[in-house]
Write a protein that binds this ligand. Structure first.
Ligand SMILES: Nc1nc2c(c(=O)[nH]1)N[C@H]1C(S)=C(S)[C@@H](COP(=O)(O)OP(=O)(O)OC[C@H]3O[C@@H](n4cnc5c(=O)[nH]c(N)nc54)[C@H](O)[C@@H]3O)O[C@H]1N2
Ligand SMILES: Nc1nc2c(c(=O)[nH]1)N[C@H]1C(S)=C(S)[C@@H](COP(=O)(O)OP(=O)(O)OC[C@H]3O[C@@H](n4cnc5c(=O)[nH]c(N)nc54)[C@H](O)[C@@H]3O)O[C@H]1N2
Ligand code: SF4
Ligand SMILES: [Mo]
Length: 675
């Protein structure tokens, strides 16, 4: 049995693993006990990740129009089409989706290709996920990332978990929290549903969906009124507190408690537990970011941490739990329309610097289109797309609108490891290697950069994406900029563009990785940010007044239910991988779409468990099975988005600042359907 040190390919915890191989086949997985992200622990997805590598459905050769083609022919077809489109409509008529599943090196190359072709139209799943966290934490603290490390999370003595369900979505982090709980730490959870996480909570504030800003402002107001803030921290380390104090004074606990339907005593108790804790850690997820008020809500969390001095110390901080195994890394690599690698703003000066480094004439210096803007601009502005390792035909909102747009493209290229709902819409499908068949690095939610290792040979004619992108670039006459023989060569170029990585080498990553930023004299990386000062220009943390505003849609007589969408433990996103893992198929109760509804709602409509129902929104209607669940309050329904039906219902409208759609809040009608 051979053991290759690598990283779990599923979620942002980035658990260190050993992939076991025998006779060239993946045979099992063990947790890496030395890895501080997981201390050897794994959830079932990581433990069984080897199960999809050799699955019979793997894409093994390129396809043009559904027919098998050679790599040469596929590159020729794509490059001819791209050149044609650019000649007729300019470089901004092409757009790219990068991937939270692919390596740093591959994402770096994809944005380099986009920018050398002359466009900043590149975006990725972070837009549907934690884009608001990046912006709000950057505005508050000067950097848009998790403030503390995973090693550190277990040291908190109070967790305030807002809009996250780590028991199912980040299970190894949740184990750390439970261990701390055993040692006396308190667990407070804000979630409109009862979940596996809320079951273990000391206090569960089951709010009305979309009302977090009301609650969080009321909490801060209560702390101020009761002298529970850290005055010294506020005075010496922050500014703008007075403005926030005035704003939150309008959010009286008594009145707010009635609107959000949570008992006043529970809110007061939760607020006091967090403020009085020695080390209070805020953990948050997409339950707050997938709203058009995502930025404002995350700002209120930063306010709470600064007001109580719960930042810059062990066991504290404001910690967004990033989702995909390498979504943090893909963002670091600049696969975003307004940011170059290393979070450098797209502007003239930075474009000139990048062009000098890449030895090319020019890089576009105007921001490109974000993910949903790209879809909305097909076919008028956007004529061709390259999608790397994403399955938007399940994950994007309003799928009917999305599919309509895809069908109008002159060119759609998709690189994936399996056939998906998105590859079905593509003109050209490229077979990529899985993470087990290539080298490179992933960066997890705590900014830990880790190497992945080649453990088995590529399936069929599949290739690592870094090779695919480089070979395609060559056919686009950009070959001189893409001469790489290994991921390490790409990394060494990349770190010249992203200062956070500048002191990391493949050599120093040899064991369990390093948390960036990794500066001179800090080669071991940084585990806790802002110990002495924030990364803002003057070193002070900035309070922001954030006012409540309602979701984009409100319930009406015609659409009386609020639909929350999210996840279920045995599935990962579009199920391209988990749907092909025998162990997870066994655990999952369902491989088909369903809607959960409150018992009283089901009773009122005479809907029985597993009965057929029709769920309809302004975007369209679907027929699914009902599950009756005491986790939900009356008037609220839940659908996991692992099946296409869910995003047929969601709203594609996005907020004007970060352009995230309101995936967590759509209004729907539900009716009993005839079988
Ligand atoms: N098993 C599994 N694990 C995963 C994934 C997966 O698909 N499957 N995906 C990964 C990815 S990419 C991500 S981003 C993470 C996501 O992980 P989480 O952030 O935990 O994501 P969700 O479970 O979608 O939503 C979290 C919670 O938000 C709640 N919520 C909904 N609306 C509101 C609201 O208005 N206010 C508040 N306070 N809460 C609300 C939901 O009820 C839900 O329990 O998980 C990662 N891990
Ligand atoms: N309604 C609703 N919609 C949502 C959400 C929600 O909560 N509700 N959550 C949103 C969030 S947080 C996210 S992150 C997105 C996720 O949305 P996506 O990123 O579109 O979802 P995945 O299914 O993870 O897609 C990844 C694809 O990459 C492929 N892949 C895996 N490894 C490789 C590789 O090495 N190379 C290549 N080329 N391909 C590879 C997989 O087979 C899969 O098809 O969904 C969003 N959509
Ligand atoms: S917690 Fe996340 S990274 Fe760790 S084993 Fe589970 S899915 Fe993989
Ligand atoms: Mo995500």
């Amino acid at each position: 049995m051979m053991r290759t040190r690598t990283v779990c390919p599923f979620c942002g915890v980035g658990c260190g693993i050993y992939l076991l191989t025998q006779n060239g086949r993946a045979a099992g997985i063990e947790g890496d006990k030395e890895c501080k992200a997981n201390d050897g622990a794994l959830c079932i997805k990581g433990l069984k990740a080897h199960e999809f590598i050799h699955n019979k459905d793997r894409l093994k050769s390129p396809k043009i129009g559904g027919k098998t083609a050679s790599w040469g022919r596929a590159y020729e077809y794509i490059s001819y089409k791209i050149r044609d489109i650019i000649r007729d409509h300019g470089p901004d008529s092409i757009a790219f989706f990068a991937s939270g599943k692919c390596t740093n090196e591959e994402n770096y190359l994809l944005q380099k290709l986009a920018r050398l072709l002359g466009t900043n139209n590149i975006d990725m799943c972070a837009r549907l996920c934690h884009a608001p966290s990046v912006v709000s934490l950057d505005e508050s603290f000067g950097s848009g990332v998790m403030t503390n490390s995973l090693e550190d999370i277990g040291k908190a003595d109070c967790f305030l978990i807002v809009g996250a369900n780590p028991a199912e979505q980040h299970p190894v982090i949740f184990q750390k929290m439970l261990k701390a709980k055993k040692g006396g730490a308190k667990l407070i959870v804000i979630d409109p549903r009862k979940t596996e996480t809320t079951k273990r909570a000391d206090i569960h504030l089951q709010i009305t969906p979309g009302t977090d800003i009301l609650l969080l402002n009321a909490i801060l107001n209560h702390l101020i009124e009761n002298g529970l803030t850290d005055r010294q921290f506020i005075e010496t380390r922050t500014k703008n507190f007075q403005l926030v104090k005035e704003t939150v004074s309008k959010y009286a606990l008594g009145a707010i408690s009635k609107i959000i339907k949570v008992p006043e005593e529970d809110i007061a108790k939760a607020a006091e537990e967090y403020a009085k804790a020695e080390r209070g850690s805020i953990i948050f997820g997409v339950g707050i970011t997938q709203h058009i008020t995502g930025v404002e809500t995350a700002l209120t969390l930063a306010n709470l941490a600064m007001a109580t001095g719960n930042i810059g110390k062990e066991g504290t901080g404001v910690n967004p739990l990033r989702g995909q195994n390498n979504v943090q890394g893909a963002c670091d690599m600049g696969t975003l329309p307004d940011l170059f690698p290393g979070y450098k703003q797209v502007n003239k000066e930075n474009a000139l610097n990048l062009a000098a480094l890449w030895r090319c004439e020019r890089i576009p210096s105007e921001s490109g289109l974000s993910a949903l803007e790209i879809i909305d601009n097909i076919p008028e502005k956007i004529k061709g797309m390259f999608i790397l390792g994403e399955n938007p035909a399940i994950s994007h909102p309003n799928l009917t609108h999305f599919e309509g747009a895809m069908k109008k493209l002159d060119l759609l290229v998709v690189s994936d490891i399996f056939p998906t709902e998105t590859t079905k819409l593509a003109h050209v499908v490229l077979p990529a290697c899985t993470w087990a068949e290539k080298g490179g690095t992933f960066t997890n939610t705590e900014r830990r950069v880790q190497k992945i290792g080649e453990a088995v040979k590529p399936a069929g004619d599949s290739k690592p994406d870094w090779r695919i992108i480089s070979e395609l670039a060559d056919k686009l006459y950009l070959g001189e900029h893409f001469k790489y023989d290994s991921p390490e060569e790409i990394f060494n170029e990349m770190k010249k563009t992203a200062p956070q990585y500048s002191f990391i080498t493949y050599g120093t990553l040899e064991n369990q990785g390093i948390n960036w930023p990794c500066r001179e004299g800090h080669a071991e990386g940084t585990k806790i940010l802002y110990e002495k000062e924030f990364k803002t220009d003057d070193g002070l943390g900035l309070f922001h007044a954030a006012e409540y505003s309602p979701p984009a849609e409100s319930t009406t007589e015609e659409y009386p239910y609020v639909l929350i969408t999210g996840r279920a433990y045995p599935h990962f996103h579009s199920r391209s991988m988990t749907g092909r893992m025998p162990t997870l198929r066994k655990i999952a109760k369902n491989q088909k779409a369903y809607v959960e509804m409150a018992p009283s709602d089901a009773k009122a409509m005479d809907i029985k468990e597993n009965g057929l129902v029709e769920v309809k929104s302004r975007r369209g209607g679907v027929r699914v099975r009902a599950r009756i669940s005491t986790s939900l309050q009356a008037g609220v329904a839940f659908m996991p988005f692992h099946f296409q039906e869910t995003n047929r219902l969601t709203n594609e409208k996005y907020d004007p600042m970060v352009k995230i759609p309101e995936l967590k809040y759509s209004v729907v009608q539900i009716r009993k359907a005839e079988a």
